[in-house]
Design a protein around this ligand. Structure first.
Ligand SMILES: CC(C)(COP(=O)(O)OP(=O)(O)OC[C@H]1O[C@@H](n2cnc3c(N)ncnc32)[C@H](O)[C@@H]1OP(=O)(O)O)[C@@H](O)C(=O)NCCC(=O)NCCS
Length: 163
């Protein structure tokens, strides 16, 4: 396993596609579930590029759809690893709409996903550290660590409510 530290720039991913009628609800706007699927894919690609391992999605933070994206417009997803822990890592995925005829762009969603790296037997494996060099990168990673703590607290509460 290559555990050489990597920069977020090395795995940053941009996905662009046109919204087709098959992706849309009767109002002609992309389905929320389709956006969620694309967010998962874009986030996973960035994390695969960072870890070069198999991955499972373990958490997706609360998601909002700020503006509709209509058929014929483009959906753009930008994914960037924010922080790497031991066997898990967080990625931020920003979703934009782009009007095909005007180029007008709007942020429509921001999602934070956590992936866990596993091997072919499903056992967790360590992940290469993230090179955090600038003040901005340190801030982003600190915020990711705070979200992680919050998620793990929520998980404990959910598991406790089950028993
Ligand atoms: C991911 C999975 C293997 C983790 O197993 P687990 O027994 O819960 O593992 P642990 O509690 O020991 O945590 C393992 C790592 O995941 C992280 N993690 C676990 N649950 C988490 C959650 N709800 N949110 C964020 N991180 C979480 C832990 O912080 C830990 O990270 P670290 O190694 O970087 O410190 C297991 O929860 C699983 O298989 N979940 C289902 C995944 C799935 O099917 N996804 C959808 C299809 S891809």
């Amino acid at each position: 396993m290559d555990l050489t530290p990597k920069r977020a720039d090395e795995s940053a991913t941009e996905m662009v596609q046109v919204v087709l009628p098959n992706d849309a609800n009767p109002l002609g706007f992309i389905l929320g579930g389709t956006v969620m699927h694309l967010i998962d894919i874009a986030g996973a690609i960035a994390c695969h590029r960072h870890t070069r391992t198999l991955l499972v999605t373990v958490a997706v933070d609360d998601l909002q759809f700020l503006h509709p994206i209509k058929v014929g417009d483009m959906i753009i997803l930008r994914a960037r690893v924010t922080c790497v822990f031991n066997t898990s890592l967080e990625v931020q995925v920003d979703v934009y709409s782009e009007e095909t005829l005007t180029g007008k762009r709007m942020l429509t969603s921001r999602a934070f996903l956590t992936f866990v790296a596993i091997d072919r037997d499903g056992c967790r494996v360590r992940v290469a550290p993230l090179l955090v060099e600038t003040e901005e990168e340190r801030r982003i990673c600190a915020e990711a660590s705070a979200r992680r703590a919050q998620r793990l607290r929520k998980k404990t509460v959910t598991l406790a409510s089950e028993s």
